[in-house]
Design a protein around this ligand. Structure first.
Ligand code: V47
Ligand code: SF4
Length: 372
């Protein structure tokens, strides 16, 4: 595919200043980002986002071979959008895996060419930093080549505070044990008023950003997410992206930005209708245009479903995450189309090829493992 924005400049004069910036790889301002959300059509956004996507990555669409471990869904927090967690008082309704049970899960992938394990779950008051240090060390001893991407800033903030460790000391302890990078969860929406309404009690924006900055400082990479489609407006989305863009200017430690669509099944925000596919595509496209210093934009297919994930590849997305087995419950419990999110590598490759893109298996840090 090849795209050129000259024609768009003629047909969309109201966008000509922004198109000029995109053509010259210049950054757009928050006001321009807001203007795109409010005034640009879906076709215009798609053309601009796709231009950037193809300039940076051509048709390459990354995926990786990973699996998830969710140690527990017991959580001291009670985010209103969460369909997954159980309070400690009701822990018998949830699950709590021991180190050995999680190690058994790792062992069940022995001999398979998996490059990453993604560990994320609820914030359990009894699973402390030393519990996870032991887990990480055991995984690394068993399989040193496996990249461990684990723990949201929310989980880490709690672990560090409970152990009375500074963020730097806590992060260093886990990194030395074998934690390689951080996933992007827990960011939600940084705006304090919205955050207060949807997840009042967990780490705030400054804390989330500082934990990622600390990881970057000791050479770890991380991802960033944005939960959209609940109480926030476009201004809040732009503010969220702006804060991430600023930190990335300083540290260059983020790999990927992942917009996450709010799903409304069985949680305290169930009265809020889910946003449309059009809104999803707009959000991916504006993300690609606004986040000029983020190398990759990822669509998490278990949340969107397979067909919508394919569609995102025309709206700035160049990564579809991984082949994930059916233990990923955070979305299936929130109402995702994908009740047992699992794709074979062959299926994922076919999804990408069906929409005219080139599948490339990557490792967590976007080194090519194999092109198909
Ligand atoms: O922080 C929770 C979100 C996140 C709902 O870094 C919900 O590679 C929608 O961050 N509707 C955790 N979203 C998952 C996550 C993630 C996923 C895949 C890849 C990576 C990565 C990170 O899930 C939470 C929250 O924002 N979430 N409940 C819900 N009802
Ligand atoms: Fe706990 Fe995470 Fe659910 Fe919030 S989103 S209640 S921190 S499991």
């Amino acid at each position: 595919m090849d795209s050129d924005l000259s024609l768009l400049k003629l047909t969309s004069p109201h966008l000509s200043a922004i198109i000029h910036k995109i053509q010259h790889q210049e950054r757009i301002t928050p006001t321009e980002g807001l203007f795109l959300f409010e005034k640009a059509s879906l076709a215009e956004l798609g053309a601009m986002a796709n231009f950037i996507r193809e300039k940076n990555h051509g048709d390459t669409t990354y995926f990786n071979r990973n699996f998830h471990i969710e140690p527990t869904n017991v959580c001291v927090f009670s985010c209103k959008f969460c369909s997954y967690s159980k309070l400690y008082a009701h822990r018998e309704e949830g699950w709590e895996l021991s180190v050995d049970q999680m190690l058994e899960k790792v062992k069940s992938y022995d001999g398979q060419p998996i490059t990453e394990v993604h560990i994320v779950g609820g914030v359990h008051p009894k699973m402390d930093i030393y519990f996870f240090e032991t887990l990480i060390k055991k995984i690394k001893t068993h399989r040193p080549d496996l990249h461990i991407k684990g723990f949201t800033a929310v989980e880490l903030d709690y672990m560090f505070r409970k152990a009375k460790l500074s963020r730097l000391d806590g992060m260093t302890l886990l990194h030395n044990a074998g934690l390689d990078s951080l996933p992007g969860g827990g960011a939600e929406i940084f705006d304090p008023e919205i955050r207060e309404k949807i997840c009042a009690d967990k780490v705030d924006a400054a804390g989330w950003l500082d934990i990622h900055a600390t990881a970057h400082k000791i050479g770890m990479h991380s991802n960033a997410t944005m939960l959209y489609g609940h109480l926030e407006n476009y201004q809040h989305r732009i503010d969220h992206m702006q804060r991430l863009r600023n930190l990335q200017d300083e540290t260059k430690g983020f790999n990927t930005f992942i917009p996450l669509k709010f799903r409304n099944h069985d949680n305290e925000l169930s009265h809020i209708p889910e946003v449309s596919a059009i809104e999803d595509m707009k959000t991916y496209a504006v993300s690609r245009i606004f986040m000029d210093n983020f190398p990759h934009i990822k669509a998490y297919w278990p949340m969107l479903g397979r067909e919508q994930a394919q569609l995102t590849l025309a709206f700035g997305v160049n990564d579809l995450d991984g082949t994930i087995d059916d233990s990923t419950k955070i979305y299936s419990m929130a109402g995702s189309e994908e009740q047992n999110p699992s794709l074979t590598t062959e299926e994922l490759i076919n999804l990408i090829k069906q929409v005219g893109r080139n599948p490339v298996e990557r490792d967590t840090l976007y080194n090519t493992v194999q092109a198909y």
